[in-house]
Design a protein. Structure first.
Length: 410
């Protein structure tokens, strides 16, 4: 009997230890550039981890920093750990990561927010909608644009907010702020009069059928084309914070031109805390070097343009943020827009037309990455003229270049 109880205690001990497995990682980041990098995004893949990671702790010099665990593919398991770091110029930063197969993700103050919701016709107020969803897929010829409140997924950090139209345009639109902070949960992209008087932000750009801020479209050899001929169209909230949001836009069996080979295209929009730029990753299910695409930024009325003719392009201008018939209660808005593409992805930089500052884009394989950004003249924390905005764009490109050269070792 004594031996029986001893074996039972041993089994309990082993079970407790087996359920409390941990793995330790040490990661070194070397910033060789002459630029201080704030909010540098660090992603650590967990897809090959032997254990099911349920919690994580990240420390730098023994100090805990916020992190988040994300299930990117929707299979119910966390497959990526994410953190933001400040890397001083010409420096080496060491961090320690503890992964565990017990517990839950640590809680940190939210620095980002994302939502997607159906329009509840029983509620008249545009900032009190309540039918929140996490994803939606529609079949061919179904247009959910009017079914969705603020017309698609919307996401923000304390500096800026974006939304993605859920229709054949898939336009990237923007919401400018007066002060730093998260506010979309309160305004739902449509602040009421009292909220406006209290200093909340608002829609600051009319986009119509233009490229908005870095929308990717097809190219027919003469002009951009909409993403119209698709079998299924979807949006999904992939990551909700506290440090980054990721919104997925899916187009299945897209035919750019009648009779062309169908292509699946998945676009990921990633917004980090503390940064006004948004990363755009486009993944295709095949090599698309037989196709051309178009992107760029809207030609805001009365805008002035900047281009380094190597992928960085921007403008600064003023226009009504809504259509003329809806302009009551709105004022003209002044904004700065920007896009940064890799030089190798540029087939042509086209001159401005009445709608856009466009690029014709080529993709050598099945993946395209570029970045978009904007600023509003309303901001108490931003810039307020074209000269300063274009200087910000130049610094932004230098920062993106420096980030791409950070050396990581484990």
């Amino acid at each position: 009997m004594y031996k029986y109880y001893l074996n039972m205690l041993l089994l309990m001990f082993l079970t407790m230890n087996a359920s409390a497995a941990e793995r330790q990682l040490d990661i070194t980041l070397e910033n060789k550039s002459k630029i201080d990098l704030s909010n540098y995004p660090l992603s650590i893949s967990l897809s090959k981890e032997p254990m099911n990671v349920l919690s994580a702790l990240v420390t730098v010099d023994g100090r805990e920093i916020p992190c988040q665990l994300d299930d990117l593919n929707g299979d119910g398991k966390y497959d990526e750990l994410f953190a933001l770091l400040n890397l001083s110029k010409k420096s080496t930063t060491k961090l320690h990561v503890t992964l565990a197969d017990k517990g839950t993700p640590r809680k940190y103050e939210p620095k980002v927010y994302v939502d997607m919701m159906l329009t509840n016709k029983k509620i008249k107020e545009s900032n009190k909608q309540d039918l929140y969803i996490s994803q939606l897929t529609v079949d061919r010829d179904v247009n959910p644009y009017s079914m969705l409140h603020h017309h698609g997924a919307a996401f923000e950090n304390e500096l800026v907010a974006y939304r993605i139209y859920f229709d054949h345009r898939q336009t990237v639109d923007i919401y400018g702020k007066y002060r730093k902070g998260l506010e979309l949960k309160q305004t739902q992209f449509y602040p009421d009069t009292s909220q406006k008087e209290a200093g909340f932000g608002d829609d600051v750009l009319w986009v119509g059928n233009t490229l908005g801020v870095g929308t990717l479209r097809g190219w027919d050899g003469e002009a951009p084309t909409m993403v119209s001929d698709v079998e299924h169209r979807g949006q999904r909230l992939v990551a909700r914070g506290p440090l980054r949001t990721i919104v997925e836009v899916r187009d299945e069996q897209w035919r750019q031109q009648p009779g062309s080979q169908p292509t699946d295209m998945v676009t990921y929009y990633t917004l980090y805390a503390g940064r006004r730029d948004c990363k755009v990753d486009v993944v295709f299910n095949r090599n698309v070097d037989d196709l051309k695409f178009a992107t760029g930024i809207i030609n805001v009325k009365n805008s002035v343009e900047y281009s380094d003719h190597k992928g960085l392009r921007g403008c600064w201008g003023t226009d009504w943020p809504v259509s003329e018939k809806d302009s009551a209660g709105h004022k003209r808005e002044t904004v700065g827009l920007g896009i940064c593409l890799a030089k190798d992805n540029i087939d042509k930089e086209l001159p401005a037309d009445k709608d856009n500052y466009p690029f014709v884009v080529k993709v050598a394989d099945a993946h395209l990455t570029y970045h978009i950004t904007f600023g509003s003249d309303n901001e108490s924390f931003g810039v307020h003229n074209a000269k300063d905005w274009f200087a910000c764009l130049e610094e932004w490109k230098r920062t993106l270049s420096a980030e791409s050269q950070v050396i990581r070792s484990e």
